[in-house]
Design a protein around this ligand. Structure first.
Ligand code: SF4
Ligand code: SF4
Length: 309
C-alpha cells in the first residue's frame, strides 16, 4: 500500500475520532498539536492553542492565586511537547481535521480541472509571517483580556477568528457560528471577522493546496520543537539527481527540496510525503522514526508520480 493511501486512511480515522470520539467516551485531551476543535459538541480532543490562550491569560494575571492552574498548564504543555516529539508534523499532514478539509478542496479543484495557483516567493513570505503575528497575539492578548484592559468578549482571541471554529462544528450539526452574534458591538465584529476569515480561507484553499497551513500558528509551534522530533523527513543529497519531481508535487510548494541540501523539512512542510513518493531516486528522501526508516523514495515511487500535477 502506498504512503498516500495509508495517510488518507489515517486522516479519515483521525477525523472520526477527533470529531465524534467524545460521544463514545474517547477524549485525547486538550493539548493536541492539530486543529481539533473544542467548539465541536462531542469532540474527541482539542487543539493546544485554546488551552494555551486560557492558561496564559489566567496564569499571568492571577499570579500566585493561580498556582494550581499554572501546574495544570505546565502539565498540558509537557503533553503537547511529547506529542510533537513523537509525531512531529505528521499531526499536520496526517491527523489535523482542518487539513483534511483543505485536502477535500484540492481534490475538488482537480476534479473540476482548475489549475493550482502558486504564490510568488515574496507573497509566500508575507503570508507566512502572519503565523508569527498570530503567535504574538496569542501570547499577549489573553492577559490583557483577563485584566479587563480589553473586552471579555474577545476571550480566546485566536479561536474567535479560527476557521476551524466555524467549519468543524458543522460536521456535528452545530450551526450557530454561521450567524452574526448581535449581543453587543464587540461580539458582532468578532462574528463578522470569523465569517470573513473562514470564507476567504476556503476560497484560497480551493486554489492553493493547504493555503491555511502557510500561516497556521500551530504548525509554527510544531516546527520550533523540531529538534526534539523523532519522526522526520530526511534527504540524502548524494542520491539526489536534481530532477525536481519532489518540488513539483509538494503540497506546500517547498522550493528548496530539489537543491543540494540535507535539511529538507522546512517550516512550511506538513509531512504529506508526496515528495517522497514522487522521487525516482532510491533513498534520496525518506521518513525516519528515531533513525529507523519507515518509507523511502525507492520503495514507493510509481510511474503516476512522474507526470506533472
Ligand atoms: S516537503 Fe514533502 S512532505 Fe513536506 S509538504 Fe512538501 S511534499 Fe509534503
Ligand atoms: S525528486 Fe528526488 S531525485 Fe528528484 S530532485 Fe527531488 S530529491 Fe532529488
Amino acid at each position: 500500500m502506498s504512503a498516500q493511501r495509508i495517510r488518507q486512511a489515517v486522516q479519515y480515522l483521525s477525523f472520526v475520532i477527533l470529531m465524534y470520539g467524545g460521544r463514545v467516551g474517547i477524549h485525547l485531551g486538550s493539548a493536541l498539536p492539530c486543529f481539533a476543535c473544542p467548539f465541536v459538541p462531542g469532540c474527541g480532543g482539542f487543539c493546544y492553542l485554546m488551552g494555551l490562550q486560557g492558561y496564559i491569560g489566567f496564569g499571568l494575571v492571577a499570579g500566585a492565586a493561580a498556582g494550581k492552574e499554572v501546574l495544570v498548564a505546565l502539565g498540558w504543555f509537557l503533553v503537547f511537547v511529547v506529542s510533537v516529539a513523537l509525531l512531529g508534523k505528521v499531526w499536520c499532514g496526517w491527523i489535523c481535521p482542518f487539513g483534511l478539509i483543505q485536502d477535500w478542496l484540492s481534490w475538488l479543484r482537480k476534479k473540476l480541472g482548475v489549475r493550482e495557483r502558486y504564490l510568488s516567493l515574496g507573497g509566500k513570505k508575507a503570508i507566512g509571517s502572519i503565523k508569527h503575528i498570530f503567535l504574538i497575539l496569542i501570547v499577549t492578548l489573553p492577559p490583557l483580556i483577563t485584566a479587563k484592559i480589553l473586552p471579555p468578549d474577545l476571550y480566546l482571541p485566536f479561536c474567535n477568528i479560527c476557521p476551524g471554529k466555524l467549519l468543524l462544528p458543522l460536521f456535528a450539526g452545530e450551526t450557530k457560528y454561521l450567524a452574526l452574534n448581535l449581543d453587543n458591538a464587540v461580539t458582532l465584529w468578532v462574528s463578522v471577522a470569523l465569517i470573513a476569515v473562514t470564507a476567504s480561507t476556503l476560497v484560497a484553499a480551493f486554489f492553493k493546496d493547504r493555503f491555511f497551513c502557510l500561516f497556521c500558528p500551530l504548525l509554527a509551534l510544531i516546527h520550533f520543537l523540531r529538534p526534539l522530533t523523532a519522526l522526520r523527513l530526511v534527504k540524502e543529497p548524494t542520491f539526489c539527481v536534481g530532477c525536481g519531481n519532489c518540488r513539483r508535487h509538494c503540497q506546500m510548494d517547498v522550493r528548496v527540496l530539489d537543491q543540494n541540501i540535507s535539511q529538507a523539512q522546512t517550516m512550511e512542510c506538513v509531512d504529506c510525503l508526496r515528495c517522497l513518493e514522487a522521487c525516482p531516486s532510491s533513498g534520496a528522501l525518506s521518513l525516519k522514526f528515531l533513525g529507523f526508516q519507515l518509507f523511502s523514495s525507492s520503495r514507493w515511487a510509481t510511474s503516476a508520480w512522474r507526470r506533472k500535477p
